[in-house]
Design a protein around this ligand. Structure first.
Ligand SMILES: C[S@@+](CC[C@H](N)C(=O)[O-])C[C@H]1O[C@@H](n2cnc3c(N)ncnc32)[C@H](O)[C@@H]1O
Length: 203
């Protein structure tokens, strides 16, 4: 994936919409994140509430949260992604989908949880401070951020995904969030050892 011609820090809707339009979506595994499956199974007593899933792609993780009893709202920049999510989500599940820009938009009301999976590595490096700001803005005070990051060498030139390290993430989020734990999760064979979970609480 090349970054040629991609506008820096402008609205990137067109870029992502085109990826869906030509079916260039290699991140889609056709199922939810193994890290999230394990997290929800091993924390059955979490108080249920509202969870925002920005950059939700085809919505697999949104449906996992809803199946676990949360009110889950998936957001994505690409209208085609949102349409696909709506088509593939059964009625009766507490999962809804909206087109939006997580970095810029205000939440309809602050959430108890934000969950992300390969969004941080997908945005451009210059937008990373806005991302940390947005994560705090979308959460209630004391709200929780669960992130499954894709860690790659920091100088990885051709993104998305753009490289990031555990140290960078700890430094960027640490002023707004208190780290509860971080760990290496179960993952898909081609990402084994590259994903890392961070569970934060908003200060
Ligand atoms: C690498 S994909 C990951 C999709 C999904 N989370 C997954 O793991 O399958 C990144 C997604 O984030 C969306 N996206 C990029 N920038 C965004 C933004 N600022 N706000 C909301 N969605 C965004 C893209 O359209 C794309 O669907």
């Amino acid at each position: 994936m090349k970054n040629e011609g991609r506008p820096v820090l402008s609205d990137e809707t067109q870029y992502w919409e085109e990826r869906y339009r030509v079916a260039d979506t290699p991140w889609n595994k056709g199922e939810g994140s193994p890290a999230l499956v394990d997290f929800l199974a091993s924390h059955p007593d979490l108080p249920r509430g509202a969870v925002a899933i920005p950059g939700c792609g085809f919505g697999h993780d949104v449906r996992l949260w809803a199946q676990a009893g949360f009110n889950a709202v998936g957001y994505d920049l690409a209208p085609s992604a949102v349409q696909a999510c709506r088509r593939s989500t059964p009625a009766g599940l507490t999962a809804t989908f909206e087109q939006g820009n997580f970095l810029i938009d205000a939440p309809p009301s602050p959430f108890d949880w934000v969950f992300e999976h390969t969004l941080y590595c997908a945005i451009q490096r210059e937008a990373r401070d806005s991302y940390a700001e947005a994560a705090a803005r979308w959460l209630k005070p004391g709200g929780q951020l669960l992130a499954v990051h894709y860690l790659l060498p920091p100088d990885n030139p051709d993104g998305p995904p753009f490289g990031c390290t555990r140290e960078e993430i700890l430094a960027r989020f640490g002023s707004r969030f208190e780290l509860q734990s971080d760990w290496r999760p179960r993952s898909w064979p081609n990402r084994e050892g590259l994903e890392h979970c961070f569970w934060w609480r908003r200060k």
